[in-house]
Design a protein around this ligand. Structure first.
Ligand SMILES: Cc1cc2nc3c(=O)[nH]c(=O)nc-3n(C[C@H](O)[C@H](O)[C@H](O)COP(=O)(O)O)c2cc1C
Length: 306
């Protein structure tokens, strides 16, 4: 058998996305029939980690409307052709992180993806549906076929993971404390992600992709919760308005600062208030508008673009 070539494109701040990508790729890396190449994306001006609250929220408008940033030059590995490209990315503000958005919009990104099958591998808190829609559109533009998606999330309740992730991102403290679990994707979930890699490997071997997403979903690779579908669709709409409001003021101006501070206060408050309300609404909708909501849930579990 000819050696098959896999490209893994990734970006990470804390290292979480890289551990997920490594574990996921284990079935490929441990098999001499596969050649796995990792390409790390790096911004020219690194983002802080941990973040200051202001810098975190100040980056929101440009991230949300996918404004390209300056990246370090890509390596020559991107000039090669691959049997499969794995995009290991994280959402920022319901959008692929700016580093990844930039890659997907770049000529080199479109070239390596064009005519090639792609798998998305997401590592995030729990809100990735909108980001994935934006990635699907970029892949379509590049002429790449999205054959599978795996989304590893923090499985804690929404408000709990909001507290732990803000503590992690703003103070650098990931470990569990008081009644709260450790932040991020659990070590157990990272550890088992090689089984999803194995499913992809089998599909690539047989070149049979039709049932692969269903198989991944049956094994827990993608879980779409109805209340988060509702939360994200409201979030996308609200973020559209907020990004225009904050982004409307020049970066560095007093007006921008004031707008960022208002957003910084309102966003976590909205999540805390809306989470329990939307959990109730989604339970109601599952009785009243069951078909509509379940149609959305099923759509987000798949790779089609509507
Ligand atoms: C600026 C920023 C915005 C984020 N927005 C989201 C989001 O919209 N949805 C989500 O599930 N996670 C969000 N996260 C969490 C990331 O997706 C990711 O899980 C976390 O930053 C760790 O990834 P790393 O491998 O880059 O360290 C955000 C993180 C950052 C830094």
């Amino acid at each position: 058998m000819d050696q098959k070539k896999i490209l893994v494109v990734y970006f990470t701040q804390s290292g979480q996305m890289l551990s997920i990508a490594r574990q996921f790729c284990e079935p490929f890396s441990s098999d001499p029939n596969y050649n796995v190449t990792f390409e790390e994306l790096k911004p020219v001006s690194p983002y802080p980690f941990p973040w200051s609250a202001f810098t975190f929220f100040n980056g929101f408008p440009e991230a949300f409307y996918e404004k390209p940033i300056e990246l370090m030059p890509f390596s020559d590995k991107l000039n090669d052709r691959y049997d499969l490209v794995i995009l290991a990315y994280q959402p920022w503000f319901l959008t692929p992180s700016p580093v990844f958005s930039t890659f997907l919009q770049s000529d080199a990104g479109k070239k390596v993806l064009g005519g090639t099958k792609a798998v998305t591998l997401i590592g995030c808190r729990n809100m990735w549906l909108g980001a994935q829609e934006k990635v699907k559109k970029r892949l379509k533009t590049a002429g790449s076929e999205l054959v599978a998606n795996v989304a590893l999330v923090d499985r804690s309740p929404n408000v709990v993971s909001l507290v732990t992730i803000l503590r992690w991102l703003l103070w650098g403290r990931k470990e569990k404390f008081w009644v709260f679990p450790a932040a991020g994707v659990s070590e157990e979930d990272v550890a088992v992600s090689s089984k999803y890699g194995q499913i992809i490997k089998d599909a690539l071997n047989d070149n049979k992709w039709a049932a692969v997403q269903q198989k991944l979903n049956d094994n827990g690779a993608v879980d779409v919760l109805p209340n988060l579908v509702l939360m994200e669709s409201r979030g996308q709409r609200a973020f559209g308005i907020w990004s225009r409001f904050i982004g409307g003021a020049p970066i560095g101006s007093l007006s921008r600062k004031i707008r960022v501070y208002i957003f910084m206060f309102l966003l976590p408050t909205a999540v805390v208030i809306l989470s329990p309300i939307l959990a109730i609404v989604s339970t109601l909708m599952l009785t009243l508008k069951k078909e509509e909501l379940l149609r959305d849930v099923n759509y987000f579990k798949g790779n089609a673009l509507r």
